[in-house]
Design a protein around this ligand. Structure first.
Ligand code: ADP
Ligand code: MG
Length: 375
């Protein structure tokens, strides 16, 4: 009898979800973001099968699919595309390195809740294939093929933050990432007596994917208009809020608001990092609240459930900051709570949410962990 369950597989990969403290929706405009990998993850177990077919089973969907390596094309089933897309893009970069394999996926990450199960899946597949077939991809190539898979096969024009955090995350550190240059610094995740708690609204309004791409287009529209006067800017986050103000009566109100949000949020990330470095947790939390207000009123990606959860924290002196996290229209809020009051917080906000929306709230306590790795 096989006493070591790991032995059945050639390669096992753990691929974490991510949180983002601040710098929301700015990655695709080249802004600064502050994500971290977390202890909730997808586990992917790979075995070579010596055929030309890949068979992938997801325990979450209790379903599998086969894909032939000589006939890689989009599937009608969304989750297949994250995987097929990664195989496709590795093939473009390193032709004929991937052979047939079996893969089983097991996950304790909530899907579609803003903790980036999608990037965890893509990067887990890319890392696993890299190890299984000794392909020699660099971290940056793993990040890029994963992002490209989401663009071309899934159809979400995501930025690079999620994949970057999943691959480059480091235990007890936040990643301050410049999404234009990809320069990044590890910032100690030292919140003193405070803890990070996510609250999953358990709603995912179907606007999430379509509006995501609309926001990207709106940001491009703003940049094109600004470029008529300031052609030197290649990304919206390079522009300052002061310059955006010059366009107040020129840009349509909605486009102006989107641009103002991006430029202010980019600054907020840097201010928030300064607070953290100075051990000013209250100041840090204030930037999170301001970020949420921008996401609600200027960028318009929040929803009633998220706003309710953030508003609820305003009267609580043990909460220093809260905001929606991820693409929006549902998913999680991120909350910075005093360690002695975490239970009290959950016990008061959960019944209030249930009463208001008739939906159960799921609190998720997170620890900051390492990025994708072979175990
Ligand atoms: P998020 O990245 O915030 O979790 P997305 O909508 O971007 O939300 O990605 C969620 C999608 O990723 C799921 O709908 C599914 O297609 C895919 N996915 C995530 N985890 C798994 C899994 N364990 N098995 C199969 N597909 C998964
Ligand atoms: Mg995602």
């Amino acid at each position: 009898m096989n006493m070591n369950p790991k032995k059945k597989y050639d390669v096992i990969i753990e691929s974490p979800g991510r949180i983002n403290l601040i710098g929301e929706h700015v990655d695709y405009s080249g802004g600064h973001v502050l994500p971290a990998a977390i202890d909730k993850k997808i586990t992917l177990s790979f075995t070579k099968n010596n055929t030309k077919t890949c068979t992938v089973y997801s325990e979450n969907f209790k379903n599998h699919f086969d894909i032939k390596l000589d006939n890689l094309k989009r599937s009608d089933v969304e989750w297949h595309n994250y995987i097929i897309g990664v195989i496709f893009h590795i093939n473009v970069l390193k032709p004929d390195t991937i052979k047939g394999f079996d893969c089983t996926i097991h996950s304790n990450l909530p899907l579609g809740s803003g903790v980036s199960s999608s990037a965890a899946l893509e990067c887990g597949v890319a890392k696993g294939l890299n190890e299984l077939f000794d392909i020699g991809l660099t971290d940056l190539e793993i990040i890029t093929v994963s992002k490209d898979a989401e663009h071309t096969f899934v159809g979400t024009k995501c930025g690079i933050m999620d994949q970057f955090a999943v691959v480059k995350g480091s235990k007890n550190h936040l990643l301050l990432l410049n999404c234009e240059t990809l320069d990044h610094q590890l910032i100690p995740a030292d919140f003193g007596d405070y803890r990070i708690i996510l609250l999953n609204t358990n709603v995912s309004h179907n606007l999430a994917t379509s509006e995501y791409n609309v926001r990207r287009d709106e940001c491009n529209t703003a940049l094109e208009a600004i470029n008529k006067k300031y052609p030197q800017y290649t990304l919206l986050a390079q522009v300052t809020p002061e310059i955006i103000q010059e366009f107040k009566n020129i840009l349509p109100q909605k486009i102006f608001n989107r641009a103002l949000y991006i430029t202010k949020e980019n600054r907020r990330t840097l201010y928030a990092v300064e607070c953290l470095k100075n051990k000013d947790i209250k100041g840090f939390g204030e930037w999170l609240y301001k970020s949420h207000r921008g996401l609600t009123s200027l960028f318009e990606v929040s929803c009633d459930e998220l706003d309710f959860l953030v508003d609820f924290t305003h009267g609580l002196n043990y909460v220093v900051g809260a905001r929606m996290m991820g693409g929006g229209f549902g998913g999680c809020t991120i909350n910075i709570i005093h360690k002695d009051s975490c239970d009290e917080f959950i016990n008061s906000i959960s019944p209030a949410y249930l009463e208001k929306f008739n939906i159960n709230l799921t609190p998720i306590t997170v620890a900051i962990s390492n990025g994708v790795s072979k175990i």
